[in-house]
Write a new protein. Structure first.
Length: 234
């Protein structure tokens, strides 16, 4: 009887030790998963903010240099845009390292925020932009997602599309909020273009249970459609 109790106690201690070990391993796995998710989030924010800002600075600087003083007013405007973009990048960097309030998005409605972004795009590129922006209500996370999708789409137009006209429509539907961005550029084959920007937009929308689709073909421009569901209380 004594041997049975001893074996039982030893077995209980062994199971308890294995349980504690399994719990520690599970905790470590969750910690690694959380760290990986945080690294991915930061990488996406860097791409959507700092990387896009630096790309804009490069484009503007090259344009100012190629002008070579031929159009002083235009050159001054481009230099002002460079300074403004650099300051915005600095502010975004402070947000990312935690020394400024999180969000990186100026106050205002979604429509107002997108309008500022489009006005800036027109000023920097000279392209024609038509916009129909409904004044939709949504939370800050949705607002940021809509802004980032717009910024990434416009950056792709600037870098790749060779377009002359861009159309942006923001609308509220019974199933949620839709953001549609189209251009009349050269188009591309979506299955052959899986850059970080497109992947990041798709993941950002998925986190909100939204959908992200890109429709394009060579010579026929591009259509980006982001849909984010909203509750009936919004």
């Amino acid at each position: 009887m004594h041997r049975f109790i001893s074996r039982s106690n030893a077995r209980t201690e062994q199971l308890t030790s294995e349980l504690h070990s399994a719990q520690e391993q599970l905790a470590q796995a969750y910690q690694r998963q959380g760290a990986a998710a945080e690294r991915e989030r930061i990488a996406r924010e860097i791409h959507d903010t700092l990387a896009q800002g630096f790309a804009s600075i490069i484009v503007l600087a090259e344009a100012a240099r190629s002008a070579n003083g031929a159009d002083a007013d235009k050159c001054d405007q481009q230099l002002l845009s460079i300074v403004r973009t650099a300051r915005e990048n600095f502010a975004e960097a402070r947000v990312l390292v935690g020394s400024a309030p999180q969000s990186g998005v100026a106050p205002g409605s979604v429509a107002t925020t997108l309008r500022r972004t489009l006005d800036r795009f027109v000023q920097d590129t000279g392209l024609t932009v038509t916009a129909e922006l409904a004044d939709v209500d949504c939370d800050q996370t949705t607002r940021i997602a809509l802004l980032r999708c717009t910024q990434e789409s416009l950056a792709n137009v600037r870098k790749h599309a060779a377009a002359t006209t861009v159309g942006v429509v923001l609308a509220r539907h019974p199933h949620g909020i839709e953001l549609e961005i189209t251009d009349d550029g050269r188009g591309f084959v979506p299955d052959e273009a899986q850059g970080y920007g497109l992947v990041g937009m798709r993941k950002r929308l998925a986190e909100l249970d939204g959908d992200f689709t890109v429709t394009s073909s060579l010579g026929d421009g591009t259509r980006v459609l982001a849909t984010i569901p909203t509750s009936s209380q919004d």
